[in-house]
Design a protein around this ligand. Sequence first.
Ligand SMILES: [Zn+2]
Length: 700
Amino acid sequence: MRSMRLYAVPLLLLACCSQFHWGGNQTPTDFVGFQAQAQAQGLILELPEYEQTAEEVALSVTQVLAEADKELDAYAAQSMNAVNFESSIAALDHITYPVSVVTSRMWLMKETQQDATMRAACTEAVQRLSEWAVAVSYRVDLYEVCQVFDQMYRAETVGKLSGEDLKLYEETMRDYRRDGMSLSEEVRGKVAELKNELNRLSTEFDTNITDAQVVLRFTKEELTGVSEDFLVASLQESGDHHVRATTTPDYMMVMQNCSMGATRKALNAARYSTCKENNGPILNQMVGVRNEIADLLGYGSWADYKIEPKMAQTAAAANSFGEDLAARLQPKFDAEVSVLQKYKAEDVGDPSAKINWWDFRYYQNQMMKEEFGVDSDALRHYFPLEKVLVGMFDVYEHIFNLEFTAVDPGYRWVDDLRLHVVTDASTGKVMGAFYLDLFPREGKYNHFAQFDIIGGKRLADGRYQRPVVSLVCNFTPGVGDQPALMNHGEVETIFHEFGHAMHSILTEASYARYAGANVERDFVEAPSQMFEAWAWDPTVLSNFAKDWRDESKVLPMETIVAMEKAKAATTGIFYRRQLALALSDLRIHAGGVTDAGEVCNQTNTELLFAVPEKSNFAAYWGHLTGYDAGYYGYAWADSIAADLATVFENAPQGFLDQEVGMRLRREIYQVGGSRKGGESVRAFLGRPPTNAAFVKNLGL
Ligand SMILES: [Zn+2]
């Protein structure tokens, strides 16, 4: 199936576009210039009018919902005799699009606004918008219109659909079925009731995790090995040190560095018993309710229900992927553990010492330091942020044949905000724009992510709305004369996140539902995950990784090789842990489980290490709400990413091969969700996907 457009109007516009050849010295330098250029190409490029007060936020939501409600009422009232694809299935995408644009903007503002009142207003706005969206999906009158079209289509009284239209039709009906809309009113009511119950339980589960604070007291001796800074920060008036088992940096500091086994053991047991009392029973209830919902909707299990719309499609496929990989990893896992065992045996003076859950991070860290001698802090000097950005832009511009132009963003939610317009380097076609919000501040989202602001879409009038996105990052700013520097992990991260931005911006999907990164959840990470490999490529790195104090000093490639070796020396344990989590999640959602905590404990013991006695790590595992029956997706996407990267590895210009880059743009980035992820992967690879590359990267 190929992505295609059925409408005459867009085809005409495309024909017009080809007459325009912008670029070269005609390239505008300001946003308004690009807007005019876009307009002449039958495209729309615009920045949102950002709300400035809580009142404006509330008003925007009220207005966009009122307008959408009015249109939906008219939609439901349309003459059933005149229903067609455009007036039924496609119209829903058109009508809900403005709501999705406001929702995206509110998400961004909730995470980036400097004023707490504004953030609170946006949080409330997001809540209102998502409640509205749920209510719309349950509107029987809207469903009835789609049903009329569905019956016509099945009776073949309307023409055959294909490509993106067919997918939209099939998936709209599938989602109605997944919501229980095709069941009797009684069963539907029961499903809705159970979903509310599930929401209530999930919120309670999440809140218990967020609120949990477990603090352990240790003496300085008991914390031998942790950093001086940590000792100072954790010191109490009593002379004891407080270690927060529920704060990840505290936990990792001790697990990786503290040489006292008893301290690590106590902290590990405390962390994996957190929320045992309250969330243990709640989790069992959640799993029970999920089973009931799956049963009412006619699925074998909750895992089957959740995985149906994803790339894996069935719980069986996800399971066998996990089980197979776990088995293949066994020898490498065993070998890694035996290396750690030698470290421990020597350390504690007992040749038969065993590696426990609370040991592996510590001995891994010891091994990294002794065998590979990588000082990741010293590497920062080779990665000044500005140079990394330029180097990364060069890569993406080159392989995707694009041009990025910095323009004045006008309104800025933070002073150092940047905006770039993306154009096609050959045709001058305006593709979209991205903001960069690079540094941390109070109240800001505290990880790294790409946020959609305006999603791509072919509008009802035929013009194409080009996407606008923002990268929201938290790099360490420069101090004094020293510029902002990145560590190597951050270089990987920016290549990854920028991949998401490109996925959004390069889209040509007709429907908002399929634009950009709106692909299967277990596929969405693969195209950007792949770009992390660029941060390890000597050719790519040598273009920008130079010591900022003396640019004649290029990053020594033996350091990269040492880092690669160090990484490879721990992948067995890393992925066995990923799979222990993935399979725990799949097993508790396979149906018939009454003690989820026990299933998770057993799975971890089987695949990784014995868990601390009487612990229940599942009770403190936030992924179980939202990522339920979905954790496998991390390793799944890693496997696809490795397969995709092989095409570059084998290309004449390697990671900088433009021909392969353009194929990637065409077959994966441009099509987005307009066809199934599996088909796009196959089209790019030119062969069926395999996990051979992933397995090889793992050193198997
Ligand atoms: Zn990502």
